[in-house]
Design a protein around this ligand. Structure first.
Ligand code: FES
Length: 90
């Protein structure tokens, strides 16, 4: 089974810039049954790691170790779907 680990900053700056909307988008994707059982998406809220530089680069999301700055739901969903397709989970 492939695991897609998505860490979403839940720090103050990133939350103000929409990180909770990103988590909601990922959670709605997790609920889609078509993903099957070959891929598991794990989403974790994480504390500020300083990459935001006081909100300048918020929201911060880390997808399988790749840090994405200024993230939005569309960018993160695209990143996840690229991995899902590459892993043959659809
Ligand atoms: S508040 Fe998200 S990285 Fe700092």
């Amino acid at each position: 089974m492939s695991r897609i680990k998505v860490d979403v900053c839940a720090g103050t700056h990133c939350t103000m810039m929409g990180s909770m909307d990103i988590i909601a988008s990922i959670e709605s994707l997790i609920d889609i049954e078509e993903l099957g059982t070959d891929c598991e998406i794990i989403v974790n809220p994480i504390p500020c790691n300083g990459h935001c530089e006081h909100g300048l680069h918020s929201p911060i999301v880390i997808v399988n170790g790749k840090t994405i700055t200024g993230a939005d739901s569309e960018t993160i969903m695209s990143e996840i779907m690229d991995i899902v397709r590459a892993e043959g989970c659809l």
